[in-house]
Design a protein around this ligand. Structure first.
Ligand code: SF4
Length: 924
């Protein structure tokens, strides 16, 4: 490595000949393997402060210096001033180098884009001007279901169903690859988005050409999925955002954030023999969920970090949304480089990563203690073999305590399991699934070794257990097969069913018939045991209320046991063919056994080969799609319909008004509760709508694949059977009482009625409203119901941002008010005084409840708005009108005053000086 320093204007600058001034940024040249790269000189810029900053802020500092133009000195000062208290109220703009999406979040975004292009054309503008300025990678992973398992043909048959069900959606995605620049789709079979990101897309240090100069910079991204921080495990800063925020970023707006609180998690010691990364991730989740990490970033530091492989770290980082933070960041070190080597990155590239990180102060020092907002200590040596459940990921238990954990659910339901038939606690689904635990070869190899030993004893799972293996990467098949472990897994029922989200997202397919029958006849409470990251009731399967999260080898063990009604660490799991009681200790591999199998299994060349084969899918290639810049809508489509909100809108929803509470909800309403992802129930408003339009009643597909059809989606809102509308205990899920007529109506019908009457509506909710996945449909749906505001005790970060993206004002209730104590009843009205001119981040908003009885009470809510851009979005009526106005204003600038003009907020002021590195793409 050679390095040379200088002072130069970074590439966004509009005045290259100006003398050095405060706006000049220190740059340097880095020469690696004969190639020169320009870099922002972080050590020169931050000087002695650099080593005191958390790595996350070092990366943010580089980002603002490279991108923020004339605002860079101010942003730099904001970051360095943060060191005084570990907190800041100042905003900076963060400009990721790329965007990652999956098929079910990309679909709604594409429908928005197609609608926006249509709106532009109708207003006399060139629709093709609406184009991403950043590269967008889309993984097609979220709709694959486990229709077939335990068959050698399972992958083929499930993929056939996948293409059969989703042909129209896939044609639409293919249209996007033709109509939009920089938009790349990875077809079904290329694995789960976060595994794909780890193994293929992430470069850790990216390079890009700008004005004939090669720049090197940290790889950064946003993803429209809450588990995007998995990539933090290899030192890449990225986090999950809603689809609407992603749209704004790839059309040219930065992510505006307050210089964040950063919680340092100091790891000491090392994991004990037999304890795996999953156990650590569940322990970290349990520990960190006890503190409020909303809008905060987490960074791991301390000597324990060096004892963890990059695979271990990625498992922990994956569960960032479960512990409630924006990130779970691990800096770059030797383990990162080893991972890059093992996954087939070139030697030159790995050298660039090392040299850049060492040169820029981004190399991890296990002895260092940077400044953090708060510090939490975790001793790796205290982590034990664990599960989490039966209803929340943060409810970790020692693996021995499943009986105690199930007891409260079973108190009034005596239906014991036996060796012959399922009962309470029987394992209905045992799934090795999810990016969380199938991306780390160590965990899959450990599962294979348990399967191998089980086969040697002649063990197989009882007939009522539905077993499946759905790795995040097509490479897994190669390394497991190389050492015979795939055969062992197949021997105990864990044959591969496909490469996608499957059971983790709830596409677990039908339950075994004997389970369904026993549930109907005896009311048993079976469970799922899965290597996923969420186990909310109904998440894994709509009929399952209980689920345990566990490492892949523990999933195999519980499948063999057939139920969770035992101490898995001490009691026999099953009897061998010779009648001997086999315990977990007889099956569990030692660390040395795992290491030996891994050494034989892993071949770095597999990654190129497997992905190239999956990307070359002939089924994908032959999909035909239009090549027009405007999407040709099909009036008969039940998948893709032009959404009413993808246009210029009617202006802001802010103002002073009286509203009916459409829904009053309790705590922990997740985005799953608001807008389901799973199967469209055969008896539902959505089913009726689809069947009337010719759909097969036996295969209505899942809501996640219907997100391009707002009319189907609006009928599914809040229909989850555990959602209660507190307005009246007699209201069924998905219904409300229409004031005036007193009728119980489906929510969308009531919303239509109120809209026709010119009445405003709001939603009221309790703590953690909108927790769970990042789906923007949860906010779009509430917007379609006509809600102008959501009043909640607290909001989950991404959903809060999605609400603002739809122009809906999120309001925090004061601590002494809660939906259960407000006693709202049909006929009560909520008066909100949210004058657009008075709205600012975290401002007070007067709220009055005017009871039907004639009494009234007033309190002050706080606007859950964090940034000036969010204020602008609300004042402009949402992110989509804002984007459209920006496109038009840019067109006006380039075409002169003859072009049609749109006035109002949403001009280019936020973006002054920014030129994104639009050609930055991850590896390869
Ligand atoms: S967490 Fe589950 S649903 Fe989300 S990307 Fe990973 S596998 Fe898919």
């Amino acid at each position: 490595m050679q390095s040379k320093r200088g002072r130069a204007r970074p590439p966004h600058s509009a005045a290259p000949n100006e003398e050095c001034s405060d706006t000049m940024t220190d740059t340097a040249d880095l020469t690696i393997s004969g190639r020169h790269h320009r870099i922002i000189d972080l050590p020169a810029e931050a000087r002695t402060s650099l080593s005191r900053l958390p790595h996350i802020l070092r990366i943010m500092l580089e980002n603002v210096l490279r991108n923020a133009g004339e605002d860079a000195p101010q942003a730099k000062a904001a970051i360095l001033n943060w060191l005084e208290t570990g907190r800041s109220e100042e905003e900076i703009s963060f400009l990721p180098s790329r965007v990652l999406m999956h098929d079910t979040t990309c679909g709604p975004a594409l429908v928005d884009i197609a609608g926006m292009r249509a709106s532009l054309a109708e207003a006399g503008h060139d629709p093709s001007r609406l184009n991403p300025v950043l590269p967008v990678d889309v993984s097609t992973d979220h709709s694959l279901g486990v229709d077939v398992s335990g068959s050698p043909d399972a992958v083929r048959l499930n993929m056939e169903r996948e293409y059969g069900r989703n042909a129209e959606r896939y044609r639409f995605m293919k249209w996007a690859t033709r109509a939009l620049t920089g938009f790349r789709v990875h077809p079904p079979g290329t694995g789960i988005m976060h595994t794909l990101n780890l193994e293929r897309l992430a470069s850790v240090i990216a390079t890009a050409e700008r004005d004939s100069v090669s720049w090197a910079m940290p790889d950064t991204l946003i993803g429209t999925d809450s588990h995007t921080p998995m990539i933090n495990g290899i030192g890449v800063l990225g986090w999950g955002v809603g689809g609407l925020e992603a749209e704004s970023v790839f059309f040219g707006m930065p992510v505006m954030i307050r210089v964040p609180d950063i919680v340092g998690v100091r790891l000491t010691g090392r994991l004990k023999q037999g304890v795996l990364a999953t156990d650590l991730a569940l322990s970290v989740t349990e520990r960190l969920r006890r503190i409020d990490l909303t809008d905060r970033f987490v960074e791991f530091f301390g000597p324990g970090v060096s004892t963890l492989s990059a695979g271990d770290r990625a498992v922990v980082a994956n569960m960032t949304p479960e512990f409630g933070a924006n990130s779970g960041f691990f800096p770059i070190d030797e383990q990162t480089l080893r991972y890059l080597h093992e996954t087939g990155r070139s030697a030159d590239h790995v050298r660039l990563v090392e040299d850049y990180a060492r040169r820029q102060g981004l190399w991890f020092d296990p002895e260092a203690s940077p400044r953090f907002t708060d510090v939490v200590e975790i001793d790796l040596g205290a982590v034990e073999v664990s599960l989490a459940g039966p209803r929340r990921p943060q409810d970790r238990i020692p693996a021995s305590q499943t009986v105690e954990a199930m007891a409260p659910l079973l108190a009034a339901r005596p239906a014991p399991a036996s060796a012959e038939q399922p009962g309470n606690g029987s394992v209905a689904i045992a799934a090795i699934t999810s990016c969380t635990n199938t991306s780390d070869p160590r965990l899959l190899v450990a599962a294979g070794l348990v399967a191998r030993k089980a086969r040697a004893f002649g063990l197989t799972p009882p007939a009522w257990v539905k077993t499946s293996l759905a790795p995040g990467s097509p490479t897994a098949e190669r390394y497991l097969r190389r050492v015979g472990l795939l055969e062992d897994l197949e021997g105990v029922g864990f044959g591969i069913v496909g490469y996608g989200c499957t059971t983790c997202i709830g596409n677990s397919g039908p339950l075994p018939a004997v389970i369904e029958q026993t549930m109907t006849e005896r009311g048993i409470v079976p469970v799922a045991v899965l290597s996923g990251n969420r186990n909310f009731p109904g998440r894994v399967h709509p009929q399952l209320e209980a689920g345990f999260l566990a490492s892949p080898p523990l999933v195999v063990a519980f499948a063999l046991a057939g139920n969770v009604n035992r101490d898995i660490l001490a009691d026999p799991i099953a009897r061998s063919s010779s009648g001997k009681g086999i315990r977990l200790a007889d099956l569990w591999p030692t660390g040395a056994e795992i290491d030996a199998a891994l050494a034989m299994a892993i071949d770095a060349r597999d990654y190129d080969t497997s992905y190239a084969a999956a990307e070359a899918s002939e089924t994908w290639r032959v999909i035909d799609a239009p090549g027009t810049s405007l999407f040709p809508w099909d009036e008969n489509s039940t998948y893709i319909r032009r959404p009413p909100f993808a246009g210029f809108g009617k202006g802001t929803l802010l103002g002073s008004y009286a509203a009916h509470p459409l829904l009053v909800l309790g705590d922990d309403i997740t985005t799953d509760h608001i807008s389901p992802a799973g199967a469209v129930p055969s008896r539902s408003e959505a089913a009726e709508y689809l069947i009337q339009r010719g759909e097969n009643p036996r295969d209505l597909n899942v809501f996640a694949s219907r997100r391009g059809n707002w009319e189907a989606m609006v009928r599914g809102l809040f229909t989850n059977k555990s959602v209660r509308n507190l307005l009246d205990p007699a209201i069924a899920p998905g219904f409300t009482i229409h004031v005036g007529s007193g009728e119980h109506l489906p929510l969308f019908r009531a919303a239509e009625r109120y809209a026709s009457e010119g009445a405003s509506v709001v939603v009221v909710a309790g703590e953690r409203y909108g927790m769970g996945s990042s789906r923007d449909w949860a906010a779009k749906g509430v917007a379609l119901l006509g809600a102008r505001a959501v009043l909640a005790s607290s909001f989950e970060r991404i959903h809060r941002s999605n609400l603002i993206g739809m122009g809906i004002l999120p309001l925090r209730l004061p601590e002494d008010r809660h939906p259960t104590t407000l006693h709202l009843r049909p006929g009560d009205q909520i008066l909100i005084d949210a004058d657009p001119a008075a709205i600012s981040p975290r401002c007070s908003v007067p709220v009055t409840i005017r009871r039907a009885s004639g009494t009234a009470e007033t309190f002050t809510a706080i606007a859950a708005i964090e940034t000036g851009l969010e204020v602008e979005t609300l004042c402009g009526g949402g992110i989509i009108p804002l984007i459209l106005r920006r496109v038009i204003n840019a067109e006006v600038t380039s075409r002169g005053s003859n072009a049609p003009q749109i006035t109002g907020s949403g001009d280019d002021t936020v973006m002054s000086g920014w030129r994104p590195f639009g050609n930055v793409r991850g590896y390869p």
